[in-house]
Design a protein around this ligand. Structure first.
Ligand code: CA
Length: 236
């Protein structure tokens, strides 16, 4: 057993999905522990202290969100919510109470693995390997002290608001931030009517970043939910 392996807790009651996810993780070098109910998931979480949790919301005993809340009381362990629900409000709800990301069933294996890598990177950032002065990823640099942004050595001129949005997203790189979370951070209130304002700023940012449809970009729009900053190789 390799001690450098990340330990992943999979909480999913459907056998075929639980097996699929577990097999996929093991094939990619992760150590897996799995549970089929919220209660056993919670027990395994406390006894095994996993590095990441993949959590189904529709569980037979209680809703997966109760485990999410329990974990968030005292831990930043990354959590990817697995949901059959296509309803945006469920995803937004899970993200707003602390999920890092969500994957909607049915999902592709490449997509799930990319989300796993990305969520584990977030947790490495928050555990100290992350500079307070600079954000750096694949030629994308944010100098927090100077409030300047560079892509492949060229400075990208942003307005104050645009910069604040980018800085906020970068501090949570890999995590999906909901519209309301971003609006609250940037403008200080949670008025969903401001989504339009956010979208306009985001469109300008993406234009300045040279974002093109179909091309890998630094900011991904999670339709109807929010935005995520990600590293180029975490995209599928
Ligand atoms: Ca289920």
């Amino acid at each position: 057993m390799n001690n450098n392996k990340y330990k992943v807790l999979v909480v999913e009651d459907e056998d075929n999905i639980n097996n699929l996810v577990s097999t996929l993780l093991e094939a990619n070098g992760y150590q897996v522990i799995s549970a089929k109910s919220c209660a056993s998931g919670q027990m395994l979480y406390f006894s095994h202290k996993p590095d990441l949790i993949i959590l189904d919301l529709g569980l037979p005993d209680t809703d997966g969100t109760s485990l999410l809340k329990e974990v968030r009381k005292n831990s930043l362990t990354p959590i990817i919510v697995l949901s059959a629900r296509t309803d945006e409000t469920d995803k937004v709800g899970a993200l707003d109470i602390g999920a890092n990301d969500y994957v909607t069933k049915p999902f592709g294996s490449a997509e799930l693995m990319a989300r796993v890598r990305s969520a584990l990177r977030v947790s490495r950032h928050s555990s100290g390997n992350f500079s307070d002065e600079k954000f750096e990823s694949d030629g994308f640099i944010i100098d927090y002290d100077a409030r300047r942004v560079f892509i492949d050595h060229s400075e990208i001129k942003l307005t104050q608001t645009e910069y604040n949005i980018i800085a906020f997203l970068s501090r949570h790189s890999g995590k999906v931030l909901t519209y309301s979370a971003i609006i609250k951070e940037i403008w200080g209130y949670s008025d969903l009517g401001s989504i339009k304002k956010l979208q306009v700023n985001m469109a300008n940012i993406r234009k300045k970043f040279g974002a093109k449809p179909g091309k890998k970009n630094y900011i991904v729009n999670e339709l109807g939910v929010g935005y995520r900053m990600c590293e180029r190789n975490d995209q599928v």
